[in-house]
Design a protein. Structure first.
Length: 273
């Protein structure tokens, strides 16, 4: 989820038609804004009551609930709704000013390009994005994997659709890592809403054969260059907290963690035997 999408001091509640169609279940998203934290002026108590009430009044089979991890009392607010509660992992957000992101030495035969600079049109771009995401994210432990009602193959298809949506809408918003003429990595990007804010990586991964050789650092360095070129101050990126491997790469590249956000699935009672 983008960092901008988590901002605010209240509860955002929205039907999720794309996820509902993909998984064949009614799904809703309930997001508690980043300002609802114990050390902030926005009190957690009234928000907790609203969360419980919204979950009780919602007919959706699955509500994907997100809240600042520091607001621990929201866990019981979800449970009081009477729904089955599935802890689905936390998201950790990291960032660095673009100038502080490590610049690795060039690697012969390897370059990072915008998707727009690859030969071919939308069909070829779509094939490239699908292939890299399928290879790098199959078996990835995203929050859907916590829920036995959700088909993992549909979750992967959702990742592909998400990546395609960003990359094809503007192929300058996707960077590809090319090794000996073949695309082996992808990063999809979104500019923050504030004019001089950050450039965020929505999704990034390398094909399995290309992993484990430090190549990701080159992709990250290209993201930092893109942030500079777009007049952004910093780079923001996130992952599930269990994905320590990518966090090691971020730490080595000079990024630092700045936020943690909990995800739980609140499921209508009785659906999970
Ligand atoms: C996570 C990912 C982007 C890292 O790219 P990479 O080029 O493989 O990264 P690196 O080679 O720099 O390795 C990063 C760390 O993982 C470790 N690592 C490498 N291969 C590993 C393996 N097979 N198993 C466990 N750890 C491994 C490295 O030792 C390194 O740790 P270190 O800094 O302590 O040495 C890549 O593995 C990937 O695409 N994974 C699947 C998708 C994903 O998780 N994307 C990020 C979430 S949005």
């Amino acid at each position: 989820m983008s960092w901008d999408g988590l901002q605010g001091g209240g509860v955002t509640w929205a039907a999720s038609p794309a996820e509902s169609a993909r998984f064949g279940l009614e799904m809703t998203r309930l997001t508690v804004g980043w300002d609802v934290r114990p050390d902030r002026p926005v009190a957690v108590g009234p928000v907790a009551e609203e969360v419980t009430g919204r979950l009780r009044g919602d007919d959706a089979e699955v509500v994907v609930v997100r809240y600042p991890a520091a607001s621990l009392e929201l866990a019981s607010a979800v449970a009081r709704s009477g729904r089955q509660v599935l802890p689905a992992g936390s998201l950790t957000y990291w960032s660095a000013p673009w100038a502080e992101v490590a610049r690795p030495e060039p690697v012969p035969g390897q370059e990072v390009l915008a998707l727009a600079d690859l030969p071919g049109g939308q069909a070829e771009r779509s094939t490239v994005v699908d292939a890299v995401v399928a290879d790098s994210f199959s078996g990835y432990g995203n929050h859907y994997a916590a829920n036995p009602l959700l088909d993992p193959a549909a979750a992967l298809a959702g990742y592909q659709e998400w990546a395609r949506r960003t990359a094809l809408a503007d192929p300058h918003d996707a960077l590809v890592l090319v090794l000996d003429g073949a695309v082996v990595g992808l990063a999809t990007l979104v500019d923050s809403l504030s004019p001089e804010g950050h450039l965020e990586v929505l999704l990034a991964g390398l094909t399995t054969a290309a992993q484990g050789r430090g190549r990701y650092a080159s992709l990250l360095a290209a993201v930092a260059r893109a942030a500079r070129a777009r007049g952004r101050r910093s780079v923001v990126i996130s992952t599930q907290s269990h994905n320590v491997r990518v966090q090691r790469a971020w730490a080595r590249a000079g990024l630092r963690p700045f936020a943690a956000v909990e995800t739980v699935h609140a499921v209508l009672p009785g659906l999970i035997p």
